[in-house]
Structures are given as structure tokens and as C-alpha cells.
Design a protein around this ligand. Structure first.
Ligand code: SF4
Ligand code: SF4
Length: 325
């Protein structure tokens, strides 16, 4: 039975040979299993088995890491609790059409959505083009979209689990995806305000999907990847965007995951740099967008996972698509 429990719990990722490997073993889940009576154990094991299969499907379809979070837990995550205190912000990448900014869709998720699948795609320094904005998005995000599309089809067709797409913007029914990734055990919020993962550091991009089934979450995991680090991310920032606590957070002390953990990340200042990056890119010709290479200095300098991963180990399905394009 112990072996079975080991098989159905934990997080999975890809090793350099593209084989699925366990990244973490969730001891807490194992205890929960053994505390259940036999019929409950069967049900729980089945649900956890589905979770494991969903993660495997995601990895097979190109995700570098994947995990599952509970929507209930998400509702009380740090970003959800502080969002309404943070006031208006219209920097690059935020929703702009004001009429959708009412509270109509804010944190309004379908009742049937009980879990969230979070997938991540490694964006290593050796492949900066994955993150270059070309007016339609980035190549890395298109890979993530394709990966999630295939994953969704297979979850619905093979496992008969209903899924729902979720919007990118929280103002339109989306979730705070970094919080979801932490709750799914994929990493922790780093001092650079990004999700920092064990194997890929902060050089990873995320996407999520609602699942209409209550699954055992694969996290959160209590680890601190920034412990003992000399805060290279904060020192390298050309705008000093993480030098001091943003006044807004001075009065908020009871959150552990404030932006950049201690409220030191200033999105307005970081946005100044993004605007400069846009200006630098210029225009190719009328209506044509040249590539925007947004600042990633605080990602690239982070030592976590840096040595091991130079190239994204794409899954087979994504690889085939790249070849056929
Ligand atoms: S550079 Fe250091 S402090 Fe900054 S995110 Fe990476 S590990 Fe954390
Ligand atoms: S993206 Fe660049 S400007 Fe923004 S916080 Fe990181 S290093 Fe600073």
C-alpha cells in the first residue's frame, strides 16, 4: 500500500531524457490516505490517480512542470486578499477596457470548478526568443497555449473530466496564476516577485485550466529558494524597482507573500523599464510591430536552476508541431 501511495502523490517534471520524474513526494497526502477507511481510500486513491494522470498528460504535451491547486484555497491566497487594496494600475500587460473592470467578473469562477491545473514552460536564458513580444504574443506563450489545448482535449476525452478555460485577466474571471502555482507546489514567490521553481528558477511561464473535479492538491510545499541568497535580483535591477517597501504595504503586515514577499516590488517603477523597452523596439513600418525584448535581468541573474537547464525540454507533441511548422 505504501508503494501505491508513493505512486499517486507528488509532483512530476521532465528529466533531461524527457522521462517523467518525481520532483517531490507529498508526505502529508500519504498520511491522509492511511487515515481513510477502505471504501474512502478507494475513492481518494481514484481521485488522486486522476490527478496524477492529468499531470502526466500535461507533461507529455509539452509542459515542463505541472501541478494541481484547489480553487477554495485560491480564494484566500495573498494576491486575492490584497488586490482590492492596491488601487488602479494601468501598466503594460493590464486590462485596459474600463467597462469590464467592474466587479462583475472579479474572482467569479464557475461553481463547478473545484481544482486548477497549472502548467509551466521553461524559458531559459539560452532561448530568449521564447519571450520576445511580436505583437501577437510570444512564441513561448503560443507553445503554452498549444500544450494546454492538447492537454485539455485529452483530459476531457480520455479521463471524462470536464474542464473550463480561464481568462488571462482576474478582472474577467481569471486567477492569480503565481498564487495558483505556489498552491500547486511548483515553487515559491521569490524576492524578485516571480515564481521561483527548484529546477528552472524564475525562468518559467505559466498557464492554468479549471477542472470540474475536486482533486488532492500537489502543494503548497514549505521551501524557501531565496534563503541565504545575496538578492542578486534586487541588486541588478536597472530601475531599482525592489529597493524599498512600497508605502501601500507599510500598513499590511500579516501577509507572507506580499509582492516580492515584503512589499518591495514596485510595479510602477518596473513598468517604466517596460515602456523604455517598447520605445527601444521602434516600428518596422506602418502597422508592423518589431520585436519587444522586455527586461528580464532579475530573472536571468537568479542562480536557482541556472546551471542545469539551458534549453527547454519540450514534450513530444510540441516537438512534432515545431518540426511540422
Ligand atoms: S536572485 Fe536570490 S533572492 Fe532573487 S529570486 Fe533568485 S534566489 Fe531569490
Ligand atoms: S524586470 Fe527589469 S526593471 Fe523590472 S524588476 Fe526586473 S530587473 Fe527591474
Amino acid at each position: 500500500m505504501q508503494k501505491a501511495a508513493r505512486l499517486i502523490s507528488g509532483l512530476y517534471g521532465l528529466n533531461k531524457h524527457h522521462a517523467i520524474v518525481k520532483l517531490h513526494e507529498d508526505k502529508k497526502s500519504k498520511i491522509v490516505i492511511f487515515q481513510h477507511k477502505n471504501w474512502q481510500l478507494g475513492k481518494k486513491a481514484l481521485i488522486m490517480g486522476i490527478g496524477k494522470q492529468i499531470i502526466e498528460i500535461a507533461i507529455e504535451n509539452g509542459a515542463t512542470v505541472a501541478g494541481i491547486a484547489s480553487t477554495q484555497a485560491l480564494k484566500s491566497s495573498s494576491s486575492h486578499l490584497i488586490y482590492t487594496k492596491m488601487g488602479n494600475y494601468e501598466g503594460i500587460g493590464t486590462v485596459k477596457d474600463d467597462d469590464t473592470l467592474s466587479n462583475k467578473y472579479l474572482f467569479k469562477w464557475p461553481d463547478s470548478a473545484r481544482s486548477v491545473l497549472v502548467i509551466g514552460l521553461s524559458h531559459p536564458e539560452g532561448q530568449p526568443e521564447l519571450d520576445w513580444w511580436d505583437g501577437r504574443g510570444t512564441p513561448g506563450n503560443r507553445l503554452l497555449i498549444e500544450s494546454m489545448k492538447l492537454t485539455r482535449q485529452q483530459i476531457e476525452n480520455n479521463l471524462k473530466v470536464n474542464t473550463r478555460k480561464l481568462h488571462y485577466y482576474v478582472e474577467k474571471g481569471g486567477i492569480f496564476i503565481k498564487d495558483a502555482a505556489v498552491l500547486a507546489g511548483l515553487g515559491c514567490i521569490g524576492k524578485n516577485n516571480m515564481l521561483v521553481t527548484k529546477l528552472y528558477g524564475p525562468r518559467i511561464r505559466l498557464r492554468a485550466l479549471y477542472l470540474d473535479v475536486e482533486l488532492e492538491p500537489t502543494g503548497p510545499i514549505a521551501f524557501d529558494l531565496c534563503a541565504g541568497c545575496k538578492e542578486y535580483c534586487r541588486r541588478v535591477c536597472p530601475e531599482n524597482a525592489m529597493n524599498k517597501k512600497v508605502p501601500l504595504f507599510e500598513s499590511i503586515n500579516n501577509f507572507l507573500d506580499l509582492p516580492a514577499r515584503d512589499g518591495a516590488y514596485n510595479r510602477e517603477i518596473c513598468n517604466i523599464r517596460m515602456e523604455k523597452d517598447v520605445s527601444k523596439s521602434g516600428k518596422k513600418s506602418a502597422g508592423e510591430q518589431s520585436l519587444i525584448k522586455y527586461c528580464r535581468k532579475c530573472e536571468f541573474v537568479c542562480p536557482i536552476g541556472k546551471k542545469k537547464r539551458r534549453k527547454t525540454p519540450y514534450g513530444r507533441s510540441i516537438k512534432n508541431q515545431i518540426k511540422s511548422n
